[in-house]
Design a binder for this molecule. Structure first.
Ligand code: B1M
Length: 235
């Protein structure tokens, strides 16, 4: 989509809606510098970081996802789009973490074995940090051993797992079953998420909560902590 006209384009000349649409194009084209510039301009114009995240970046990636599905975009292009999205997210991360929310609880989070998608997981981590949670992010492609190690080391309140592929989402059950075998299942609230998941799947594999997006993950995590405090008071 890059041409001479877009190279000459001054993003500051665009109104908010035009700028957001241009950012969708720039994300699609993998133009990280432009996505960063657009992110900064929207923030300068008083946009809340969460609004920039959802309306400019997440929506841009949704559009990329459609053309990836339809065979119009391929892995290398999508990887560039993902890197552009990450560049924009890097600007927003400290702003979202800076909310001054009181300390809440601790979460270990990771993408399951066989799966290297991490944008959604990173977004959940960012939003959770912003809500006052300590987040230990163990990255992508995690076998059950990695989860067990992190749980033992950090003793979190919540275990979060992310999966973006229909072929990798069943691995969440492997982790949950292993926790059961080791008598550890009840020590953690298990929260799962990722585009191909749903409530029913979450119930089937024995997770405690399915969250459709990062905002729901934060609300759910707060609920988990409130319940835990109430139980501690009652006990
Ligand atoms: Co992939 N990919 N990809 N990909 N990719 C999908 C997932 C796909 C749906 C695209 C498509 O065909 N339409 C498809 C899966 C189809 C399926 O399983 N049925 C697919 C495929 C097929 C593949 C490959 C197999 C392609 C290939 O190699 N031929 C390959 C697999 C690699 C692997 O993992 N082993 C692959 C590779 C890649 C890239 C590396 C190029 C890149 C990933 C880069 C990266 O993550 N660093 C990539 C991308 C970017 C996508 C799409 C386009 C976008 C994903 C994304 O980042 N979305 C995706 C299309 C789609 O999802 N529609 C696609 C934005 C992000 C904010 O949303 O991750 O859904 P999402 O997170 C959301 C919620 O799901 C939720 O909160 C977030 C929003 O707030 N959430 C949680 C997520 N985790 C959560 C955890 C929680 C709570 C909520 O609690 C713990």
């Amino acid at each position: 989509m890059t041409d001479d006209a877009s190279e000459d384009l001054n993003l500051r000349d665009l109104d908010d809606q035009e700028l957001v649409e241009q950012m969708w194009d720039d994300l699609y084209d993998g133009l990280a510098e432009e996505v960063v510039e657009g992110t900064n301009i929207l923030l300068e114009r008083g946009w809340e970081p969460y609004k920039v995240l959802t309306e400019a970046l997440v929506e841009g990636m949704r559009i990329v996802g459609i053309d990836f599905r339809d065979g119009i975009l391929f892995v290398p292009e999508v990887l560039m789009a993902a890197n552009s999205m990450k560049a924009g997210m890097a600007i927003l991360r400290p702003l979202l973490a800076e909310t001054g929310a009181p300390p809440q609880g601790k979460m270990v989070i990771g993408t399951v074995k066989g799966d290297i998608h991490d944008i959604g997981k990173n977004l959940v981590s960012m939003m959770m940090e912003g809500a006052g949670f300590e987040v230990i992010d163990i990255g992508i492609n995690n076998p059950v051993e990695n989860y067990l190690e992190a749980l033992e080391e950090h003793q979190p309140d919540i275990l979060g797992m992310s999966a973006l592929l229909t072929t990798t989402m069943p691995y969440m059950k492997v982790v949950i079953d292993t926790l059961k075998e080791k008598g550890l299942r009840d020590s953690y609230a298990v929260v799962v998420g990722g585009a191909p998941l749903n409530e029913e799947f979450s119930r089937e594999i024995g997770a405690d909560y399915y969250c459709r997006d990062a905002a729901v993950a934060v609300e759910t995590a707060k609920e988990i902590m409130a319940r835990k405090h109430n139980q501690a008071l009652a006990g």
